[in-house]
Design a protein around this ligand. Structure first.
Ligand SMILES: Cc1cc2nc3c(=O)[nH]c(=O)nc-3n(C[C@H](O)[C@H](O)[C@H](O)COP(=O)(O)OP(=O)(O)OC[C@H]3O[C@@H](n4cnc5c(N)ncnc54)[C@H](O)[C@@H]3O)c2cc1C
Length: 101
């Protein structure tokens, strides 16, 4: 399989960027590894788990029936594939909840 010339040029320019020297005094890595407590803590009546995760049922429904949650805010730091699965399940159950309302 051939690789187009445009692709090669792009790859070269990205490689150049990776080698770009940056003059700094200090580098701070700021990567979140736990859920933001702001959302769960600011919603009244929301049952929380350890580390301020949102507690949900099998249907991804929280103690506030109109709020569904999934992903890291429920699991407290997991994987993209689990978060995506939670999202699908939450969406299906939200739809059912709204249809029956
Ligand atoms: C350094 C690192 C490396 C990782 N590597 C991998 C990996 O290789 N493979 C893998 O599967 N998983 C990896 N993970 C885990 C993965 O990133 C998470 O499990 C996944 O992103 C969870 O998805 P989420 O949608 O639940 O949460 P998030 O992706 O965190 O999305 C939550 C979103 O909500 C937004 N938000 C927060 N508070 C508010 C607010 N008050 N109002 C509006 N928006 C708000 C945030 O800005 C964010 O965009 C890694 C995690 C980290 C930290």
């Amino acid at each position: 399989m051939g690789v187009g010339r445009g692709y090669c040029e792009l790859a070269e320019s990205v490689a150049d960027l990776n080698d770009l020297p940056v003059d700094v005094d200090q580098v701070i890595v700021a990567v979140g590894v736990s859920p933001n407590p702001l959302v769960p803590k600011s919603i009244e009546g929301l049952e929380l788990g350890r580390k301020n995760t949102i507690t949900v049922s099998e249907e991804m429904q929280s103690s506030r029936k109109e709020i569904f949650a999934g992903g890291d805010i429920v699991r407290g730091g997991a994987t993209v594939i689990l978060a995506m699965g939670d999202g699908r399940r939450a969406a299906q159950n939200m739809d059912e909840y709204l249809q029956n309302k």
